[in-house]
Design a protein around this ligand. Structure first.
Ligand code: PBG
Length: 345
């Protein structure tokens, strides 16, 4: 070997280091990197969350989520069409409920003609082959912005579950394919499964927000559904403490025992360790939600020219696959699908 201080004198036959193993060999060209690539992101991995708002031909911007809009029912059908054309398998619906329709009990959640139900029916009529997921929780409908009913400042569990069951039923009735309880009440998955089965909705799947943390990263979402200003206090008595992972496994175990077909970890990027443990422990279809705040961080930095937004988006989505996720709920879904399509040309 040649003296490392004399780089000019090194040659292929006389390398400076006497190495048998050189991991860089497998990275020498794009074809070689493709050959040994361990994880891939495909369009099949994407679920696209959309916000519904009252009105006609209305698209209103969400300030804290650049590029994301609230859509009236007719417009959401157009985005469903975009998803179908891009081969995105599933979209998720979240309503912005008019303040006049919000009350203490979140009654509008159980209105069979609420915005979400209208959107499901409209989408299913035109694009029956795209999967539609509906969130089950009361926060878009309550005047106080909490996911459940409140009495004496406490979020009631069992009473809330009774309402969530009715909410899930009106969504299934409207034609929703996947019911996704995001409320974190105890026992809701079992109660919803039982009610769906009794009503004959044997094929309606449940994707449980099984390990959902009380997170600062939901801020822009609350802006989008209009609950940011009304929310009193925080959600720490029902959403999980960020410090815990054993607890996440217990939550997931319960939801599976109660009948969840798929489980979810939320938020995504800061909780990839949880995704990995859940996948390894239960071998269930496991999803991660790249939430609004994660989207906002990447979008804001990209818009400032501080990072390459497209590359950061693809890298972040691939990270979920590496952590063991089978799919990702992400506001980047259409951009990512477009980018994947270009890569295949
Ligand atoms: C409702 C719900 C929330 C999100 C999904 N469903 C907000 C919350 O729990 O406060 C957050 C999604 C996001 O931030 O993108 N329970």
């Amino acid at each position: 070997p040649i003296d490392l201080r004399d780089v000019a004198r090194t040659t292929a036959t006389q390398p400076a280091l006497d190495l048998t193993i050189r991991p860089r060999r497998n990275r020498k060209a794009e074809w070689a990197r493709r050959l040994v690539r361990e994880n891939v992101l495909t369009t099949d991995d994407l679920i696209w969350p959309l916000f519904v708002v009252q009105g006609d031909r209305t698209r209103s911007t969400v300030a804290s989520m650049p590029g994301v809009e609230r859509l009236s029912v007719d417009e959401i059908v157009r985005d469903a069409e975009r998803a179908a054309k891009l081969d995105i398998p599933c979209i998720a619906l979240f309503p912005y409920t008019e303040p006049s329709l919000r009350d203490e009990h979140g009654s509008e959640a159980c209105n069979p003609d609420n915005l979400v139900c209208q959107a499901v029916r409209a989408i299913k009529q035109e694009f029956p082959d795209i999967g539609v997921l509906c969130d089950v929780a009361l926060d878009p409908f309550t005047s106080h912005g909490h996911d459940g009913l409140i009495k004496d400042g406490r979020i009631l569990n069992d009473e809330t579950v009774a309402v969530l069951v009715r909410q899930a039923l009106v969504q299934a009735e409207a034609g929703c394919d996947i019911i996704a309880p995001s409320d974190m009440m105890d026992g809701r998955v079992g109660a919803i499964r039982q009610a769906l089965d009794q009503a004959g909705f044997l094929d309606v799947q449940i994707m449980a927000y099984a390990a959902k943390y009380a997170s600062a990263f939901y801020g822009p979402f609350r802006d989008a559904i209009g609950s940011a200003k009304t929310l009193t206090g925080d959600k720490r008595t029902y959403q999980m403490d960020s410090a815990n992972t054993d607890e996440a496994l217990r939550e997931v175990e319960l939801d599976i025992a109660e009948g969840a077909d798929m489980v979810m970890v939320k938020p995504g990027m800061p909780y990839l360790d949880v995704v990995r443990r859940v996948k390894d422990t239960f071998s269930m279809p496991t999803f991660a939600y790249q939430v609004s705040g994660e989207y906002a961080m990447i979008a804001a930095a990209a818009n400032n020219g501080w990072i390459d937004g497209d590359r950061a988006m693809m890298e972040s989505l691939l990270a979920f696959k590496r952590a063991g996720a089978d799919g990702v709920l992400t506001y980047f879904a259409p951009q990512a699908a477009e980018r994947l399509r270009q890569q295949h040309r």
